[in-house]
Design a protein around this ligand. Structure first.
Ligand SMILES: [Zn+2]
Length: 271
């Protein structure tokens, strides 16, 4: 009898514990479901009512369709002090920011939004001729305050996640980028401590090889930055973003001889 009572108390205790942990986000989860229902309604609406004055011919729904796929992965650091803080931020409506994934310091991964829906993580952004990266990318936030190293557990989880995303959506190697890459002068994440070279070795983004590089005559490093994808409208900002990613030990905003070699090599890879 005592054993049964103990068991009952334990179960009740566990329920209370988990209930409390998950209960914290009950309202957010409800709001998520409600919004997804609304979007599902939008997708089902066909033929659409035309507001541009076009007269469509008889409705013929094609039989051949599928869902659009994300084509980029944008990596961030949260600049916050805990995962809990980030989860809170992403479940409040007053500042409507979000990402698809949040990776905590212990390597646990929170999936906050279906990959096929648009998260609010990139903001005003440009990469190549792509703008509105929110519409075409998956956002991954790594719990990190910006001045500390990324934990091994985080990077290990990140690599597993990237592998899944790359395979699931056939994301090109070149399209694994950082927030700083797509928003020069405005964003500096993930920080200079982020292991981009390690990612490139696994096929997520490119890295350079300077030993076999001959910088061609008349080489234009800015054009190379543009070919890689950087928005070079503000030259110094573009150089800074490139340095955060590829030469993190260098905090200047000027191109030196080593950079010319790196850029000549990278340009070929991104071409
Ligand atoms: Zn960011």
């Amino acid at each position: 009898m005592k054993a049964i009572l103990f068991l009952l108390i334990s179960v009740a205790g566990m329920a209370a514990f988990y209930g409390c942990r998950t209960g914290q986000y009950t309202a957010a989860n409800k709001a998520y479901k409600k919004q997804v229902k609304q979007f599902a309604k939008v997708i089902r609406e066909y033929p659409v009512k035309d507001s541009a004055g076009l007269n469509y011919a008889e409705w013929v729904g094609t039989t051949n369709l599928s869902l659009r796929k994300p084509n980029f992965v944008v990596i961030h650091h949260t600049a916050q002090n805990s995962c809990e803080q980030t989860l809170k931020t992403f479940t409040q409506t007053k500042n409507p920011v979000s990402s698809h994934y949040v990776i905590c310091r212990d390597g646990s991964v929170h999936h906050m939004l279906n990959d096929l829906l648009r998260a609010h993580h990139a903001g005003v952004s440009k990469w190549g001729n792509n703008i509105d990266l929110n519409s075409s990318s998956i956002g991954i936030e790594i719990d990190n305050n910006g001045s500390e190293p990324f934990s091994e557990a985080q990077i290990s989880s990140l690599l597993t996640l990237l592998d899944r995303l790359k395979k699931a959506y056939t994301i090109p190697t070149a399209n694994f980028i950082g927030h700083a890459d797509i928003a020069p002068g405005r964003k500096v994440d993930p920080s200079r401590r982020f292991p981009w070279q390690q990612l490139a070795q696994k096929g997520f983004g490119y890295w350079y090889d300077t030993t076999a590089v001959q910088v061609p005559a008349g080489f234009d490093p800015l054009l190379a930055l543009r070919v890689i994808g950087y928005n070079i409208q503000q030259e110094k900002n573009a150089i800074q973003s490139y340095k955060i990613h590829f030469t993190p030990q260098d905090t200047t905003k000027t191109i030196n001889e080593a950079d010319r070699k790196i850029l000549a090599d990278l340009m070929k890879k991104y071409q």
